[in-house]
Design a protein around this ligand. Structure first.
Ligand SMILES: [Zn+2]
Length: 368
């Protein structure tokens, strides 16, 4: 099967079956976490649907016909691609329905209704459709209800819950799964992002199934920060303020709030890995740990930990992750977390909280 997208075979099989039966619906919602290939799949599918030479069942274009060349150049008149404008956090109504002055005479709704210019179809893809303004999303309903003949519209969503139910119900939802670590490790090397198999495996382990995350994890500064944070947490008496200082310095270097939030999630992922491995070791279970992590675990003197004290730390990190992902102020969440982890580590023979109450009692939470 010629499908340039590793790890999403079920998506390829689904489209091949639809195309074979000549029952292609006109609207799709590609749903799944960021960085698993939704955009790549949509563009590849569009290339295949528009190609003048190959059958659409190939799910990709021949790359040599006039249509494929236009897609490659980004100038295909029958392919409408909408992305979140740079520096914006919403897709404005203009891109969908045209500017105020030219409403209905430009934008996706207008373009998709025109007769195909090169081939026999029109294809439109909207990336990050979760960020459509309510007006833009509502204006799409008309196209979804009465799609122009031979048109295909693909909406891409990282969070299905954020889609209006009226949109969700009018589209075929195509789920995309997180990629397996082995697939990520292979892709990272195939794409030439690293030559080192060891590094590829290392980033794949922490990428959470996302190729985009894997790419960010190739930043060496992140691993330096990981060492600094875990060096401190593995001490018998960690200094919460020292971690706060290190982490805030690293976050301040990043310009966009979204980048800082993402970096915080990455650091929390490392810390989570540390406590998960500690909890596993205390339970006598084998934890997935690389050499460095094993070193930190040894230094953390596992024999001196009460198993529930380690679980309190693990739960605290999970909770902090949830808060950061829910847009609570990052600095506040992290500072409270480091202080809690430091205190619990210093008193590791006794759990500081009942496990059930970790989520209510952590100071980082009370302060928010
Ligand atoms: Zn072609």
């Amino acid at each position: 099967m010629q499908w340039p997208l590793e790890g999403q075979d079920q998506v390829a099989a689904y489209f091949q079956s639809l195309l074979r039966q000549e029952k292609l619906p006109s609207s799709f919602l590609f749903a799944g976490p960021p960085g698993v290939g939704k955009w790549t799949a949509a563009v590849e599918l569009a290339r295949g649907l528009l190609c003048l030479r190959q059958s659409p069942e190939q799910l990709t274009g021949c790359r040599t016909c006039r249509s494929c060349k236009l897609v490659e150049a980004g100038t295909h008149p029958d392919l409408i691609l909408i992305e979140l404008p740079e520096g914006k956090n919403q897709i404005p109504l203009e891109l969908v329905a045209g500017s105020r002055e030219r409403r209905g005479q430009e934008g996706l709704i207008h373009q998709i209704a025109l007769r195909p210019d090169v081939g026999t179809r029109k294809v439109a893809v909207i990336d990050e459709a979760d960020t459509l303004t309510p007006e833009a999303a509502n204006s799409l309903l008309k196209v979804l209800e009465e799609p122009p003949l031979d048109s295909v519209l693909i909406l891409i969503s990282h969070n299905l819950e954020q889609q209006l139910p009226t949109i969700r119900s009018r589209c075929q939802v195509v789920p995309f799964r997180p990629l397996l670590p082995e697939a990520i490790a292979r892709l990272v090397q195939q794409l030439g992002w690293t030559d080192s198999a060891q590094e590829a495996q290392r980033v794949a382990r922490y990428a959470g199934g996302s190729l985009r995350q894997a790419r960010e994890l190739l930043d060496p500064e992140l691993w330096t920060l990981r060492s600094a944070v875990l060096d401190e947490l593995a001490r018998p008496r960690p200094r919460g303020f020292a971690i706060t200082e290190q982490v805030s310095q690293a976050l301040e270097k990043l310009k966009q709030p979204a980048q800082r939030r993402n970096r915080a999630v990455q650091i929390l992922g490392f810390v989570l890995g540390f406590y998960h491995a500690l909890v596993c070791r205390l339970a006598g279970a084998e934890a997935p740990a690389d050499e460095e992590l094993t070193g930190w675990l040894d230094r953390a003197e596992p024999d001196s930990w009460h198993p529930e004290a380690a679980q309190v730390c693990l739960h605290r990190v999970v909770h902090a992750l949830e808060l950061v992902q829910r847009n609570v102020q990052v600095a506040l969440v992290l500072q409270g977390l480091w202080e809690d982890l430091a205190r619990q580590t210093a008193h590791r023979r006794t759990p500081l909280y009942e496990l059930e109450t970790v989520f209510d009692r952590s100071p980082g939470v009370a302060a928010v």
